[in-house]
Design a protein around this ligand. Structure first.
Ligand code: HEC
Ligand code: HEC
Ligand code: HEC
Ligand code: HEC
Length: 447
Protein backbone atom coordinates (compact mmCIF):
# COMPACT_ATOMS: atom_id res chain seq x y z
CA UNK A 1 0.00 0.00 0.00
CA UNK A 2 1.40 3.40 -0.91
CA UNK A 3 1.59 5.11 2.40
CA UNK A 4 3.34 8.44 2.71
CA UNK A 5 5.49 9.20 5.72
CA UNK A 6 5.07 12.19 7.96
CA UNK A 7 8.32 14.12 8.05
CA UNK A 8 10.37 13.91 11.19
CA UNK A 9 9.53 17.29 12.64
CA UNK A 10 11.81 17.14 15.65
CA UNK A 11 14.90 16.54 13.52
CA UNK A 12 14.12 19.62 11.48
CA UNK A 13 13.59 21.78 14.55
CA UNK A 14 16.90 20.64 16.00
CA UNK A 15 18.74 21.95 12.98
CA UNK A 16 17.70 25.57 13.35
CA UNK A 17 19.06 25.68 16.87
CA UNK A 18 22.53 25.34 15.46
CA UNK A 19 22.32 28.74 13.87
CA UNK A 20 24.56 29.93 11.10
CA UNK A 21 28.27 29.38 11.41
CA UNK A 22 31.19 30.43 9.22
CA UNK A 23 31.45 28.29 6.13
CA UNK A 24 33.93 26.06 4.53
CA UNK A 25 33.73 26.57 0.78
CA UNK A 26 32.12 23.82 -1.24
CA UNK A 27 32.94 24.42 -4.87
CA UNK A 28 29.68 24.88 -6.75
CA UNK A 29 31.02 25.33 -10.26
CA UNK A 30 29.54 23.44 -13.17
CA UNK A 31 27.00 20.79 -12.29
CA UNK A 32 28.72 17.81 -10.66
CA UNK A 33 28.71 14.58 -12.67
CA UNK A 34 26.35 12.07 -11.05
CA UNK A 35 27.96 8.98 -9.47
CA UNK A 36 26.41 6.67 -12.04
CA UNK A 37 27.86 8.68 -14.92
CA UNK A 38 31.30 9.66 -13.61
CA UNK A 39 34.38 7.68 -14.66
CA UNK A 40 35.68 6.30 -11.32
CA UNK A 41 35.20 2.62 -10.49
CA UNK A 42 32.73 1.63 -7.76
CA UNK A 43 34.39 -0.78 -5.35
CA UNK A 44 31.21 -1.99 -3.65
CA UNK A 45 29.63 -1.64 -0.21
CA UNK A 46 31.87 -4.42 1.15
CA UNK A 47 34.83 -2.06 0.66
CA UNK A 48 33.27 0.46 3.09
CA UNK A 49 31.70 -1.96 5.56
CA UNK A 50 34.54 -3.47 7.59
CA UNK A 51 34.46 -3.06 11.36
CA UNK A 52 37.49 -0.76 11.27
CA UNK A 53 35.83 1.45 8.64
CA UNK A 54 32.12 2.36 8.40
CA UNK A 55 30.88 -0.88 9.96
CA UNK A 56 31.48 -0.18 13.67
CA UNK A 57 28.82 -1.21 16.18
CA UNK A 58 29.17 1.96 18.29
CA UNK A 59 29.69 5.53 17.13
CA UNK A 60 33.34 6.53 17.22
CA UNK A 61 34.33 9.00 19.91
CA UNK A 62 37.61 9.96 18.26
CA UNK A 63 36.82 10.37 14.57
CA UNK A 64 34.78 13.12 12.98
CA UNK A 65 32.23 10.76 11.44
CA UNK A 66 30.26 8.07 13.26
CA UNK A 67 31.73 5.05 11.43
CA UNK A 68 28.43 3.24 12.07
CA UNK A 69 27.05 4.35 8.68
CA UNK A 70 27.08 0.88 7.14
CA UNK A 71 25.02 -0.59 9.99
CA UNK A 72 22.47 2.22 9.89
CA UNK A 73 22.15 1.83 6.13
CA UNK A 74 21.94 -1.95 6.28
CA UNK A 75 19.41 -2.16 9.10
CA UNK A 76 17.18 0.87 8.55
CA UNK A 77 17.73 2.57 5.21
CA UNK A 78 15.24 1.64 2.44
CA UNK A 79 18.05 2.10 -0.12
CA UNK A 80 19.73 -1.04 1.22
CA UNK A 81 16.74 -3.14 0.16
CA UNK A 82 16.02 -1.34 -3.12
CA UNK A 83 17.42 -4.30 -5.10
CA UNK A 84 15.46 -6.82 -2.98
CA UNK A 85 12.32 -4.99 -4.07
CA UNK A 86 13.09 -6.19 -7.61
CA UNK A 87 12.89 -9.80 -6.33
CA UNK A 88 9.38 -9.29 -4.95
CA UNK A 89 6.15 -10.69 -6.35
CA UNK A 90 5.05 -7.14 -7.05
CA UNK A 91 8.09 -6.53 -9.26
CA UNK A 92 7.61 -9.88 -10.98
CA UNK A 93 4.12 -8.75 -11.96
CA UNK A 94 5.41 -5.42 -13.26
CA UNK A 95 8.15 -7.15 -15.27
CA UNK A 96 5.70 -9.64 -16.70
CA UNK A 97 3.29 -6.92 -17.81
CA UNK A 98 6.16 -5.04 -19.45
CA UNK A 99 7.42 -8.17 -21.17
CA UNK A 100 10.75 -8.11 -19.33
CA UNK A 101 12.45 -11.37 -18.51
CA UNK A 102 13.02 -10.40 -14.86
CA UNK A 103 12.87 -7.14 -12.94
CA UNK A 104 16.19 -7.88 -11.22
CA UNK A 105 18.09 -8.18 -14.49
CA UNK A 106 16.36 -5.38 -16.39
CA UNK A 107 18.55 -2.28 -16.83
CA UNK A 108 15.51 -0.03 -16.59
CA UNK A 109 14.79 -1.24 -13.04
CA UNK A 110 18.42 -1.64 -11.92
CA UNK A 111 19.22 1.95 -12.89
CA UNK A 112 17.22 3.25 -9.92
CA UNK A 113 17.04 0.24 -7.61
CA UNK A 114 20.77 -0.46 -7.58
CA UNK A 115 24.15 1.16 -8.27
CA UNK A 116 24.01 0.19 -11.93
CA UNK A 117 27.35 1.50 -13.22
CA UNK A 118 28.88 0.17 -16.43
CA UNK A 119 30.38 -3.32 -16.04
CA UNK A 120 33.95 -2.09 -16.59
CA UNK A 121 33.55 0.28 -13.64
CA UNK A 122 32.68 -2.43 -11.11
CA UNK A 123 35.39 -3.40 -8.62
CA UNK A 124 35.98 -6.97 -7.40
CA UNK A 125 33.72 -6.65 -4.38
CA UNK A 126 30.96 -4.77 -6.20
CA UNK A 127 27.54 -6.42 -6.19
CA UNK A 128 24.35 -5.19 -7.84
CA UNK A 129 22.42 -6.90 -5.05
CA UNK A 130 23.73 -4.28 -2.58
CA UNK A 131 21.02 -2.01 -3.92
CA UNK A 132 21.50 1.75 -3.62
CA UNK A 133 24.82 1.54 -1.79
CA UNK A 134 27.31 4.09 -0.47
CA UNK A 135 28.89 4.84 -3.83
CA UNK A 136 25.53 5.35 -5.56
CA UNK A 137 25.35 8.57 -3.53
CA UNK A 138 28.95 9.37 -2.59
CA UNK A 139 30.52 8.51 -5.95
CA UNK A 140 32.92 5.78 -7.07
CA UNK A 141 35.65 5.53 -4.44
CA UNK A 142 38.49 4.26 -6.64
CA UNK A 143 40.56 7.43 -6.33
CA UNK A 144 39.72 8.53 -2.80
CA UNK A 145 39.22 5.33 -0.81
CA UNK A 146 42.72 5.28 0.65
CA UNK A 147 43.27 9.00 1.17
CA UNK A 148 39.88 9.90 2.67
CA UNK A 149 40.59 7.89 5.82
CA UNK A 150 43.56 10.04 6.86
CA UNK A 151 42.64 12.22 9.83
CA UNK A 152 42.08 15.80 8.76
CA UNK A 153 41.82 15.22 5.01
CA UNK A 154 40.00 18.35 3.79
CA UNK A 155 36.60 17.79 2.19
CA UNK A 156 37.72 19.64 -0.93
CA UNK A 157 40.55 17.14 -1.41
CA UNK A 158 38.01 14.29 -1.39
CA UNK A 159 35.84 16.18 -3.86
CA UNK A 160 38.80 16.79 -6.15
CA UNK A 161 39.40 13.04 -6.16
CA UNK A 162 35.86 12.34 -7.29
CA UNK A 163 33.74 12.14 -4.16
CA UNK A 164 30.26 13.40 -5.08
CA UNK A 165 29.47 16.81 -3.43
CA UNK A 166 26.35 15.53 -1.66
CA UNK A 167 26.70 18.18 1.04
CA UNK A 168 25.81 21.00 -1.38
CA UNK A 169 21.99 21.25 -1.54
CA UNK A 170 21.77 21.64 -5.32
CA UNK A 171 24.08 18.71 -6.01
CA UNK A 172 22.26 16.67 -3.39
CA UNK A 173 18.89 17.50 -4.95
CA UNK A 174 20.15 16.55 -8.44
CA UNK A 175 21.38 13.23 -7.02
CA UNK A 176 18.15 12.28 -5.27
CA UNK A 177 16.00 13.50 -8.17
CA UNK A 178 17.90 11.37 -10.67
CA UNK A 179 16.06 8.40 -9.13
CA UNK A 180 13.10 10.02 -7.35
CA UNK A 181 11.94 11.93 -10.44
CA UNK A 182 14.06 10.43 -13.21
CA UNK A 183 16.10 12.08 -15.95
CA UNK A 184 16.69 11.67 -19.66
CA UNK A 185 18.63 8.44 -19.16
CA UNK A 186 16.39 6.75 -16.59
CA UNK A 187 12.70 7.22 -16.16
CA UNK A 188 9.66 5.49 -14.69
CA UNK A 189 7.37 5.91 -17.69
CA UNK A 190 3.59 5.66 -17.82
CA UNK A 191 4.05 2.13 -19.16
CA UNK A 192 5.96 1.23 -15.98
CA UNK A 193 3.36 2.92 -13.80
CA UNK A 194 0.57 1.30 -15.76
CA UNK A 195 2.18 -2.03 -14.88
CA UNK A 196 1.92 -1.18 -11.17
CA UNK A 197 4.83 1.10 -10.18
CA UNK A 198 3.99 3.81 -7.61
CA UNK A 199 3.89 7.43 -8.76
CA UNK A 200 7.13 9.22 -7.80
CA UNK A 201 6.78 12.21 -5.50
CA UNK A 202 9.73 14.00 -3.95
CA UNK A 203 10.64 16.99 -1.80
CA UNK A 204 14.22 17.26 -0.57
CA UNK A 205 13.90 18.47 3.02
CA UNK A 206 11.27 15.92 4.00
CA UNK A 207 12.89 13.03 2.14
CA UNK A 208 16.23 13.91 3.72
CA UNK A 209 14.56 13.85 7.12
CA UNK A 210 12.96 10.49 6.29
CA UNK A 211 16.19 8.83 5.22
CA UNK A 212 17.61 7.40 8.47
CA UNK A 213 20.39 9.77 9.53
CA UNK A 214 23.87 8.29 9.23
CA UNK A 215 25.68 11.55 10.00
CA UNK A 216 25.35 14.44 12.43
CA UNK A 217 25.07 18.02 11.28
CA UNK A 218 26.98 19.58 14.11
CA UNK A 219 29.41 22.47 14.37
CA UNK A 220 32.26 20.25 13.16
CA UNK A 221 30.28 19.16 10.08
CA UNK A 222 29.43 22.76 9.24
CA UNK A 223 33.04 23.81 9.63
CA UNK A 224 34.15 21.08 7.22
CA UNK A 225 31.31 21.16 4.72
CA UNK A 226 29.57 24.49 5.00
CA UNK A 227 26.42 25.83 6.54
CA UNK A 228 23.35 23.66 6.46
CA UNK A 229 19.70 24.37 7.08
CA UNK A 230 16.70 22.28 6.18
CA UNK A 231 15.28 25.43 4.56
CA UNK A 232 18.21 25.48 2.13
CA UNK A 233 17.34 21.89 1.25
CA UNK A 234 13.71 22.82 0.78
CA UNK A 235 14.36 25.87 -1.41
CA UNK A 236 17.28 24.50 -3.47
CA UNK A 237 15.46 21.19 -3.76
CA UNK A 238 12.34 22.88 -5.16
CA UNK A 239 14.43 24.92 -7.59
CA UNK A 240 16.34 21.90 -8.83
CA UNK A 241 13.15 19.84 -9.12
CA UNK A 242 11.49 22.60 -11.15
CA UNK A 243 14.40 22.72 -13.61
CA UNK A 244 14.65 18.93 -13.77
CA UNK A 245 10.93 18.61 -14.51
CA UNK A 246 11.17 21.14 -17.29
CA UNK A 247 14.23 19.36 -18.71
CA UNK A 248 12.27 16.11 -18.76
CA UNK A 249 9.53 17.75 -20.72
CA UNK A 250 12.12 18.73 -23.33
CA UNK A 251 13.78 15.29 -23.37
CA UNK A 252 10.92 12.85 -22.83
CA UNK A 253 10.49 10.84 -25.99
CA UNK A 254 7.24 11.35 -27.80
CA UNK A 255 5.28 8.21 -28.32
CA UNK A 256 4.47 8.22 -32.00
CA UNK A 257 1.00 6.79 -31.37
CA UNK A 258 0.11 9.17 -28.61
CA UNK A 259 -1.30 12.64 -28.89
CA UNK A 260 0.55 13.53 -25.67
CA UNK A 261 4.18 13.46 -24.61
CA UNK A 262 5.06 10.93 -21.91
CA UNK A 263 1.96 10.57 -19.73
CA UNK A 264 3.94 10.11 -16.53
CA UNK A 265 4.63 13.86 -16.77
CA UNK A 266 0.92 14.60 -16.40
CA UNK A 267 -1.32 14.69 -13.33
CA UNK A 268 -2.47 11.10 -12.90
CA UNK A 269 -5.78 12.19 -11.43
CA UNK A 270 -6.43 14.45 -14.41
CA UNK A 271 -7.24 11.27 -16.35
CA UNK A 272 -7.81 8.58 -13.76
CA UNK A 273 -10.36 8.10 -11.09
CA UNK A 274 -8.93 6.17 -8.22
CA UNK A 275 -10.47 2.95 -7.09
CA UNK A 276 -9.57 0.96 -4.04
CA UNK A 277 -9.19 -2.44 -5.57
CA UNK A 278 -5.52 -3.26 -5.84
CA UNK A 279 -3.29 -4.55 -3.09
CA UNK A 280 -1.25 -1.35 -3.18
CA UNK A 281 -4.29 0.66 -2.32
CA UNK A 282 -4.13 2.68 -5.52
CA UNK A 283 -5.43 1.39 -8.74
CA UNK A 284 -6.22 3.56 -11.68
CA UNK A 285 -9.41 2.85 -13.52
CA UNK A 286 -9.08 3.30 -17.23
CA UNK A 287 -9.14 6.90 -18.20
CA UNK A 288 -12.31 8.46 -19.48
CA UNK A 289 -10.41 11.48 -20.85
CA UNK A 290 -12.86 14.02 -19.50
CA UNK A 291 -12.25 16.97 -21.76
CA UNK A 292 -10.08 19.77 -20.47
CA UNK A 293 -8.87 17.90 -17.43
CA UNK A 294 -5.71 16.39 -18.93
CA UNK A 295 -3.13 18.45 -17.15
CA UNK A 296 0.62 18.64 -17.13
CA UNK A 297 2.07 17.83 -13.72
CA UNK A 298 3.50 21.30 -13.20
CA UNK A 299 3.31 21.05 -9.41
CA UNK A 300 6.92 21.70 -8.49
CA UNK A 301 7.50 24.34 -11.15
CA UNK A 302 4.37 26.23 -10.14
CA UNK A 303 5.08 26.05 -6.43
CA UNK A 304 8.68 27.14 -6.84
CA UNK A 305 7.58 30.13 -8.93
CA UNK A 306 4.88 30.88 -6.42
CA UNK A 307 7.45 31.06 -3.63
CA UNK A 308 9.43 33.47 -5.81
CA UNK A 309 6.35 35.59 -6.57
CA UNK A 310 5.40 35.70 -2.89
CA UNK A 311 8.89 36.99 -2.08
CA UNK A 312 8.73 39.57 -4.90
CA UNK A 313 11.52 38.05 -6.95
CA UNK A 314 11.88 39.84 -10.30
CA UNK A 315 10.38 37.96 -13.21
CA UNK A 316 8.40 35.46 -11.10
CA UNK A 317 4.95 36.65 -12.17
CA UNK A 318 6.08 36.75 -15.79
CA UNK A 319 7.40 33.19 -15.47
CA UNK A 320 4.07 32.06 -14.02
CA UNK A 321 2.36 33.40 -17.16
CA UNK A 322 4.78 31.47 -19.32
CA UNK A 323 4.02 28.39 -17.25
CA UNK A 324 0.31 28.83 -17.99
CA UNK A 325 1.18 28.92 -21.70
CA UNK A 326 3.22 25.75 -21.33
CA UNK A 327 0.38 23.97 -19.51
CA UNK A 328 -1.99 24.99 -22.28
CA UNK A 329 0.41 23.77 -24.96
CA UNK A 330 0.97 20.46 -23.14
CA UNK A 331 -2.78 19.97 -23.02
CA UNK A 332 -4.17 21.13 -26.30
CA UNK A 333 -1.61 22.85 -28.48
CA UNK A 334 1.16 20.34 -28.73
CA UNK A 335 2.76 22.15 -31.65
CA UNK A 336 3.65 24.95 -29.19
CA UNK A 337 5.15 22.67 -26.57
CA UNK A 338 8.81 23.01 -27.54
CA UNK A 339 8.73 26.78 -27.89
CA UNK A 340 6.83 27.38 -24.63
CA UNK A 341 9.20 24.97 -22.87
CA UNK A 342 12.21 26.96 -24.07
CA UNK A 343 10.66 30.28 -23.17
CA UNK A 344 9.94 29.16 -19.63
CA UNK A 345 13.36 27.54 -19.23
CA UNK A 346 15.05 30.93 -19.74
CA UNK A 347 12.96 32.82 -17.20
CA UNK A 348 12.95 29.96 -14.70
CA UNK A 349 16.75 29.88 -14.67
CA UNK A 350 16.89 33.62 -13.89
CA UNK A 351 14.26 33.40 -11.18
CA UNK A 352 16.03 30.49 -9.59
CA UNK A 353 19.35 32.28 -9.58
CA UNK A 354 17.79 35.31 -7.91
CA UNK A 355 15.90 33.30 -5.31
CA UNK A 356 18.33 30.65 -4.17
CA UNK A 357 21.08 33.20 -3.68
CA UNK A 358 18.97 34.87 -1.00
CA UNK A 359 18.98 34.12 2.69
CA UNK A 360 15.33 33.91 3.67
CA UNK A 361 14.25 35.88 6.71
CA UNK A 362 11.70 34.78 9.25
CA UNK A 363 9.23 37.21 7.68
CA UNK A 364 9.81 35.52 4.31
CA UNK A 365 9.03 32.11 5.77
CA UNK A 366 5.87 33.45 7.44
CA UNK A 367 4.69 34.87 4.12
CA UNK A 368 5.29 31.62 2.26
CA UNK A 369 3.54 29.54 4.93
CA UNK A 370 0.45 31.74 4.71
CA UNK A 371 0.56 31.83 0.91
CA UNK A 372 0.79 28.04 0.68
CA UNK A 373 -2.19 27.66 3.00
CA UNK A 374 -4.11 29.99 0.70
CA UNK A 375 -3.10 27.84 -2.29
CA UNK A 376 -4.20 24.76 -0.34
CA UNK A 377 -7.73 26.09 -0.29
CA UNK A 378 -7.72 26.67 -4.07
CA UNK A 379 -9.21 24.51 -6.79
CA UNK A 380 -5.82 23.12 -7.91
CA UNK A 381 -5.68 21.26 -4.61
CA UNK A 382 -7.79 18.63 -6.32
CA UNK A 383 -4.60 17.12 -7.79
CA UNK A 384 -2.92 14.79 -5.32
CA UNK A 385 0.69 15.64 -6.17
CA UNK A 386 -0.05 19.34 -5.78
CA UNK A 387 -1.70 18.91 -2.39
CA UNK A 388 0.98 16.54 -1.18
CA UNK A 389 3.69 19.08 -2.02
CA UNK A 390 1.78 21.92 -0.37
CA UNK A 391 1.48 19.83 2.75
CA UNK A 392 5.20 19.04 2.80
CA UNK A 393 6.18 22.70 2.48
CA UNK A 394 3.78 23.97 5.11
CA UNK A 395 4.83 21.30 7.58
CA UNK A 396 8.50 22.05 6.91
CA UNK A 397 8.05 25.81 7.33
CA UNK A 398 5.93 25.33 10.41
CA UNK A 399 8.63 23.26 12.08
CA UNK A 400 11.26 25.78 11.08
CA UNK A 401 9.22 28.76 12.32
CA UNK A 402 8.28 26.95 15.52
CA UNK A 403 5.94 29.78 16.53
CA UNK A 404 3.29 27.48 17.98
CA UNK A 405 0.50 28.78 15.73
CA UNK A 406 -0.01 25.34 14.24
CA UNK A 407 0.63 22.46 16.62
CA UNK A 408 2.07 19.05 15.74
CA UNK A 409 -1.48 17.72 16.14
CA UNK A 410 -2.76 20.19 13.54
CA UNK A 411 -0.08 19.10 11.10
CA UNK A 412 -0.77 15.43 11.84
CA UNK A 413 -4.50 15.95 11.25
CA UNK A 414 -3.78 17.56 7.89
CA UNK A 415 -1.28 14.82 7.04
CA UNK A 416 -4.01 12.20 7.43
CA UNK A 417 -5.76 13.74 4.43
CA UNK A 418 -2.77 13.02 2.14
CA UNK A 419 -1.41 9.88 3.81
CA UNK A 420 -3.09 7.52 1.36
CA UNK A 421 -3.33 8.50 -2.27
CA UNK A 422 -6.11 5.95 -2.73
CA UNK A 423 -8.47 7.70 -0.34
CA UNK A 424 -7.37 11.27 -1.07
CA UNK A 425 -10.32 13.59 -0.81
CA UNK A 426 -9.71 17.17 -1.98
CA UNK A 427 -12.66 18.27 0.10
CA UNK A 428 -11.15 17.03 3.36
CA UNK A 429 -7.75 18.47 2.43
CA UNK A 430 -9.22 21.90 1.75
CA UNK A 431 -11.43 21.86 4.84
CA UNK A 432 -8.50 21.24 7.20
CA UNK A 433 -6.34 23.75 5.29
CA UNK A 434 -9.01 26.43 5.72
CA UNK A 435 -8.97 25.96 9.50
CA UNK A 436 -5.19 26.19 9.62
CA UNK A 437 -5.20 29.26 7.38
CA UNK A 438 -7.70 31.02 9.60
CA UNK A 439 -5.56 30.35 12.66
CA UNK A 440 -2.43 31.65 10.96
CA UNK A 441 -4.24 34.79 9.76
CA UNK A 442 -6.05 35.56 13.01
CA UNK A 443 -3.26 34.88 15.44
CA UNK A 444 -0.24 35.43 13.27
CA UNK A 445 2.01 38.35 14.04
CA UNK A 446 1.94 40.36 10.87
CA UNK A 447 4.99 40.86 8.78
C1 HEC B 1 20.22 5.33 -7.28
C2 HEC B 1 18.86 5.76 -7.05
C3 HEC B 1 18.52 6.54 -5.80
C4 HEC B 1 19.13 7.68 -5.32
C5 HEC B 1 20.37 8.39 -5.87
C6 HEC B 1 18.38 8.09 -4.16
N1 HEC B 1 17.34 7.23 -3.94
FE1 HEC B 1 16.00 7.30 -2.40
N2 HEC B 1 15.15 5.58 -3.04
C7 HEC B 1 15.48 4.91 -4.20
C8 HEC B 1 14.63 3.75 -4.36
C9 HEC B 1 14.67 2.76 -5.50
C10 HEC B 1 13.78 3.74 -3.23
C11 HEC B 1 12.70 2.69 -2.90
C12 HEC B 1 13.37 1.57 -2.16
C13 HEC B 1 12.45 0.37 -2.05
O1 HEC B 1 11.54 0.38 -1.20
O2 HEC B 1 12.66 -0.55 -2.82
C14 HEC B 1 14.13 4.91 -2.42
C15 HEC B 1 13.51 5.24 -1.22
C16 HEC B 1 13.76 6.40 -0.51
C17 HEC B 1 13.06 6.81 0.69
C18 HEC B 1 11.91 6.07 1.33
C19 HEC B 1 10.65 6.54 0.66
C20 HEC B 1 9.39 6.12 1.33
O3 HEC B 1 8.32 6.53 0.82
O4 HEC B 1 9.44 5.44 2.34
C21 HEC B 1 13.58 8.02 1.08
C22 HEC B 1 13.15 8.86 2.26
C23 HEC B 1 14.62 8.36 0.13
N3 HEC B 1 14.70 7.35 -0.81
C24 HEC B 1 15.37 9.52 0.18
C25 HEC B 1 16.42 9.81 -0.71
C26 HEC B 1 17.24 10.99 -0.61
C27 HEC B 1 17.08 12.09 0.41
C28 HEC B 1 18.15 10.90 -1.61
C29 HEC B 1 19.27 11.86 -1.96
C30 HEC B 1 20.18 12.17 -0.89
C31 HEC B 1 17.92 9.66 -2.33
N4 HEC B 1 16.84 9.04 -1.76
C32 HEC B 1 18.67 9.21 -3.41
C33 HEC B 1 16.46 5.26 -5.10
C34 HEC B 1 17.37 6.29 -4.93
C1 HEC C 1 13.47 6.62 -12.26
C2 HEC C 1 13.80 5.65 -11.24
C3 HEC C 1 13.04 4.36 -11.13
C4 HEC C 1 12.84 3.41 -12.11
C5 HEC C 1 13.25 3.48 -13.58
C6 HEC C 1 12.18 2.31 -11.47
N1 HEC C 1 11.94 2.60 -10.15
FE1 HEC C 1 10.89 1.45 -8.83
N2 HEC C 1 10.98 2.97 -7.45
C7 HEC C 1 11.73 4.11 -7.58
C8 HEC C 1 11.61 4.90 -6.37
C9 HEC C 1 12.30 6.24 -6.10
C10 HEC C 1 10.73 4.22 -5.51
C11 HEC C 1 10.25 4.65 -4.13
C12 HEC C 1 9.10 5.60 -4.28
C13 HEC C 1 8.72 6.27 -2.97
O1 HEC C 1 8.46 5.54 -1.99
O2 HEC C 1 8.66 7.50 -2.93
C14 HEC C 1 10.34 3.00 -6.24
C15 HEC C 1 9.45 2.03 -5.76
C16 HEC C 1 9.21 0.80 -6.36
C17 HEC C 1 8.35 -0.21 -5.84
C18 HEC C 1 7.54 -0.12 -4.55
C19 HEC C 1 8.44 -0.46 -3.41
C20 HEC C 1 7.78 -0.37 -2.06
O3 HEC C 1 8.54 -0.55 -1.09
O4 HEC C 1 6.60 -0.10 -1.96
C21 HEC C 1 8.43 -1.30 -6.69
C22 HEC C 1 7.75 -2.65 -6.54
C23 HEC C 1 9.34 -0.93 -7.76
N3 HEC C 1 9.77 0.37 -7.53
C24 HEC C 1 9.71 -1.76 -8.80
C25 HEC C 1 10.35 -1.31 -9.97
C26 HEC C 1 10.52 -2.10 -11.16
C27 HEC C 1 10.10 -3.56 -11.30
C28 HEC C 1 11.12 -1.31 -12.08
C29 HEC C 1 11.49 -1.64 -13.51
C30 HEC C 1 10.40 -2.00 -14.38
C31 HEC C 1 11.31 0.00 -11.46
N4 HEC C 1 10.85 -0.06 -10.17
C32 HEC C 1 11.85 1.11 -12.11
C33 HEC C 1 12.48 4.50 -8.68
C34 HEC C 1 12.46 3.84 -9.90
C1 HEC D 1 20.74 7.75 -0.71
C2 HEC D 1 22.03 8.40 -0.61
C3 HEC D 1 23.04 7.93 0.38
C4 HEC D 1 23.49 6.64 0.59
C5 HEC D 1 22.99 5.36 -0.03
C6 HEC D 1 24.57 6.74 1.56
N1 HEC D 1 24.75 8.05 1.91
FE1 HEC D 1 26.15 8.76 3.19
N2 HEC D 1 25.37 10.62 3.03
C7 HEC D 1 24.38 10.99 2.16
C8 HEC D 1 24.12 12.41 2.30
C9 HEC D 1 23.08 13.21 1.53
C10 HEC D 1 25.02 12.89 3.28
C11 HEC D 1 25.13 14.33 3.79
C12 HEC D 1 25.94 15.15 2.85
C13 HEC D 1 27.40 14.87 2.94
O1 HEC D 1 27.96 15.03 4.04
O2 HEC D 1 28.00 14.48 1.93
C14 HEC D 1 25.83 11.74 3.70
C15 HEC D 1 26.85 11.81 4.61
C16 HEC D 1 27.73 10.75 4.88
C17 HEC D 1 28.92 10.87 5.66
C18 HEC D 1 29.47 12.17 6.18
C19 HEC D 1 29.51 12.38 7.63
C20 HEC D 1 30.25 13.66 7.97
O3 HEC D 1 30.16 14.04 9.13
O4 HEC D 1 30.92 14.27 7.12
C21 HEC D 1 29.52 9.63 5.69
C22 HEC D 1 30.80 9.23 6.39
C23 HEC D 1 28.67 8.74 4.93
N3 HEC D 1 27.59 9.46 4.44
C24 HEC D 1 28.94 7.41 4.69
C25 HEC D 1 28.10 6.54 4.00
C26 HEC D 1 28.34 5.12 3.88
C27 HEC D 1 29.52 4.37 4.44
C28 HEC D 1 27.30 4.62 3.16
C29 HEC D 1 27.02 3.18 2.78
C30 HEC D 1 26.95 2.22 3.88
C31 HEC D 1 26.44 5.74 2.80
N4 HEC D 1 26.96 6.89 3.34
C32 HEC D 1 25.28 5.65 2.03
C33 HEC D 1 23.70 10.18 1.29
C34 HEC D 1 23.85 8.80 1.21
C1 HEC E 1 -3.75 11.64 -20.50
C2 HEC E 1 -4.39 10.72 -19.64
C3 HEC E 1 -3.58 9.90 -18.66
C4 HEC E 1 -2.72 10.37 -17.70
C5 HEC E 1 -2.31 11.79 -17.40
C6 HEC E 1 -2.28 9.21 -16.95
N1 HEC E 1 -2.84 8.09 -17.48
FE1 HEC E 1 -2.64 6.21 -16.76
N2 HEC E 1 -3.73 5.47 -18.32
C7 HEC E 1 -4.33 6.23 -19.28
C8 HEC E 1 -4.98 5.35 -20.24
C9 HEC E 1 -5.74 5.78 -21.48
C10 HEC E 1 -4.72 4.03 -19.80
C11 HEC E 1 -5.14 2.72 -20.45
C12 HEC E 1 -4.00 2.31 -21.33
C13 HEC E 1 -4.23 1.00 -21.99
O1 HEC E 1 -5.13 0.27 -21.59
O2 HEC E 1 -3.43 0.71 -22.89
C14 HEC E 1 -3.95 4.15 -18.58
C15 HEC E 1 -3.55 3.08 -17.81
C16 HEC E 1 -2.99 3.19 -16.54
C17 HEC E 1 -2.84 2.11 -15.59
C18 HEC E 1 -3.27 0.68 -15.81
C19 HEC E 1 -4.71 0.60 -15.40
C20 HEC E 1 -5.30 -0.79 -15.49
O3 HEC E 1 -6.41 -0.95 -14.98
O4 HEC E 1 -4.66 -1.68 -16.06
C21 HEC E 1 -2.27 2.64 -14.47
C22 HEC E 1 -1.92 1.90 -13.20
C23 HEC E 1 -2.03 4.03 -14.73
N3 HEC E 1 -2.49 4.35 -15.98
C24 HEC E 1 -1.41 4.90 -13.82
C25 HEC E 1 -1.16 6.24 -14.08
C26 HEC E 1 -0.37 7.09 -13.22
C27 HEC E 1 0.31 6.67 -11.91
C28 HEC E 1 -0.36 8.32 -13.80
C29 HEC E 1 0.38 9.58 -13.34
C30 HEC E 1 1.80 9.49 -13.23
C31 HEC E 1 -1.14 8.23 -15.03
N4 HEC E 1 -1.60 6.94 -15.17
C32 HEC E 1 -1.40 9.28 -15.88
C33 HEC E 1 -4.37 7.61 -19.33
C34 HEC E 1 -3.64 8.46 -18.53
Amino acid sequence: MVRRKLIVLSAVVALILLGRVALAEIPEGPRAVLPQEAQAAHLGVASCASSVCHGKAEASSTRRVWLTEFRIWQVRDPHATAYDTLLSQESAVIAQKLGLEDAFTAEVCLDCHSDNVAVERRGQRFQLSDGVGCEACHGGSEDWISSHTRDGTPYTENLNKGMYPAAAPEAKAALCLSCHLGNSSKFASHDIMGAGHPQLLFELSSFSANQPMHYAIDADYIERKGDYTATDDWLHGMGEAAIATLDLLRDAPFDADSIFPELALYQCDGCHKKTDQSSRGVSYRQSMFPSGSVRLNDTVIRLFLDIAATLDVDGASFALKRLDELVLAAGMKRQDLASTQRALAETLADVRQALVGRTLSRADLLRVRERFLILATSEKASYFSYSFNLFLTVSHLNAELNDGLLSDDDIAAWFRTVEFESSYSPKEFVTVAAVLLQRVQLEGSHW
